[in-house]
Design a protein around this ligand. Structure first.
Ligand code: GDP
Length: 482
């Protein structure tokens, strides 16, 4: 409701309860210290252990970041062409920019968590648009990989058959994680953690491989998956994860809010839209429509699905199709529905329905859709700016409806700390029954987890090992923290 907007301007609010470091230049990234004016206060307080770990990380990043002596020393190993690594003061994980924006937001956060757990420094490949979309998260240093990083021109070529691919080397017995003594390791390894990874690549999620990887100064990671749930299943990480996130479901919620601050251009898109269409409503509902159907939309079965979900879960007042209910109030309670979709058709239908008929409660319902881009155009700057703005706007809702399988929706729910209603994935172009269901937690789903028992060296259902890692609501073989 609109009261949540009226925060007292206090330092604690501004820094999200100590999650954010102070001392940044405000004007260079307005969203960083203004987000609290738009977002409801999080129901989850950042734990003090997490806060102190982040401050320690920031200090490490300053000491090891691009341009420092430690960085140059580590870099010299890459340049030397040496076959085996010598220990360095700082170790790094390099995130390769890959896949749609929702996926990237999740994998950057997962890579950062991995950096915290494995005591590495996270550097990110700016790709085509990361600097256009996001501010620097760590004070007095940079998380962007410099233009002259020696492996930059190799990123596109890295694949599962690359000679320095972790899984490939295991397969060819060029690395042996279970050897008595940790063998010599190269100065860098490529980690293939994309959805198409193979059984050897998946050994990343085993303790003995982590012990081996510990010795490698540079890990270059490509993923399109939120692999955090499986980090819980690595015994050497588990205790630290419990300490960092006593409320287990808050991992992406805290890390996303900590790391990913929209640049001023994107912040303009967000705040102008919010102030013009959403700020004055008594209630805000977000509906994210993402279809993975072939052919052009909108689809009738999806239209039906949205209506069925809204009605069954009582997310919006029903319309009175006999037009008998006449509103008596000149100033009725107002509900603003933010619809995001590549297609304009879904919100058009909803808007028409609620224009042609009154609501039984007399409430006024407005539908707002910022863009309808038609199709995914991840190489375009302005397209991605809008995508980020829309994920963020969805996260400002009081209630959220998302689409199954979509990382775009996961980002919105995680940023917002909202347990969404998930529109299940239709099969054979039919409206699913039930149309939607409430998510168990605000955490994203890991779509392609490993099913391997590292100790017993046999397959296992990793969704049944611990109570806090379960199969997802929207993808039966996925894993999520609950
Ligand atoms: P996912 O494919 O749903 O998991 O989400 P991603 O964000 O990784 O990739 C989908 C991409 O398609 C987005 O990044 C956008 O580029 C585009 N897209 C999908 N849905 C929307 C939408 O509702 N609004 C906008 N602006 N772009 C969208």
């Amino acid at each position: 409701n609109s009261q949540s907007f009226e925060h007292v301007e206090g330092a604690d609010d501004k820094l999200l309860g100590g999650l954010l470091p102070s001392g940044f230049d405000v004007a260079s990234c307005l969203s960083r210290y203004q987000s609290f004016m738009y977002r409801k206060a999080s129901p989850f307080k950042p734990p003090s252990y997490l806060i102190s770990r982040l401050r320690k990380y920031e200090e490490q990043h300053r000491r090891c970041g691009p341009g420092t002596q430690a960085y140059n020393e580590a870099l010299s190993q890459l340049k030397s062409g040496n076959q085996s690594a010598v220990p360095t003061e700082c170790n790094y994980v390099v995130w390769i920019s890959f896949s749609g924006l929702g996926n990237r937001i999740l994998t950057v956060s997962a890579a950062f968590l991995y950096a915290l757990l494995s005591n590495r420094i996270l550097l990110i490949d700016p790709g085509t648009d990361m600097t256009d979309l996001f501010c620097e998260p760590f004070p007095d240093t940079s998380w962007f990989l410099p233009h002259d990083f020696p492996l930059n021109n190799k990123f596109n070529g890295f694949n599962q058959k690359s000679s320095r691919c972790h899984g490939f080397m295991l397969k060819k017995n060029l690395l042996n994680a279970s050897a008595e003594e940790v063998p010599a390791v190269p100065p860098y390894l490529y980690l293939h953690l994309g959805h198409d990874y193979n059984d050897h690549d998946k050994l990343f999620f085993c303790d003995e491989d982590q012990t081996l990887l510990d010795k490698v100064p540079w890990l270059i990671m490509r993923s399109d998956n939120y692999f955090v749930p499986s980090l819980y299943l690595i015994p050497s990480f588990e205790q630290e994860l419990f300490k960092l996130f006593p409320e287990k479901v808050t991992i992406f919620h805290h890390l996303g809010r900590y790391l990913l601050h929209p640049t001023n251009e994107v912040w303009g898109l967000i705040t102008r839209y919010y102030n013009a269409y959403l700020a004055r409503a008594d209630e805000r509902i977000g509906i994210q429509i993402r279809t993975f159907e072939e052919g052009p939309g909108p689809f009738q079965h999806v239209n039906d699905q949205i209506l069925s979900c809204i009605s069954k879960e009582k997310l919006l007042p029903e319309v009175d199709r006999d037009n008998l209910a006449f509103g008596l109030s000149k100033n009725p309670r107002s509900i603003a529905v933010l619809v995001t979709s590549l297609d304009a058709g879904y919100s058009d239908s909803l808007r028409e329905l609620y224009w042609e008929h009154p609501t039984v409660t007399g409430e006024a319902v407005g539908f707002y859709q910022p863009s309808h881009e038609g199709f995914q155009q991840s190489h375009k700057k302005n397209h991605n700016r809008k995508a980020l703005a829309e994920m963020y706007l969805l996260s400002l809702s009081d209630k959220l409806v998302t689409s199954a399988w979509s990382t775009f929706g996961y980002v919105a729910q995680g940023f917002g700390g909202l347990k969404p209603w998930i529109l299940y994935k239709p099969e054979d172009k039919k409206t699913p029954n039930p149309a939607c269901g409430r998510a168990m937690s605000i955490e994203p789903c890991f779509h392609a987890p490993p099913f391997w028992d590292c100790k017993a060296k046999t397959g296992i259902d990793t969704g049944k090992l611990v109570p806090h890692v379960r199969h997802c609501e929207d993808i039966s073989w996925g894993l999520k923290v609950v």
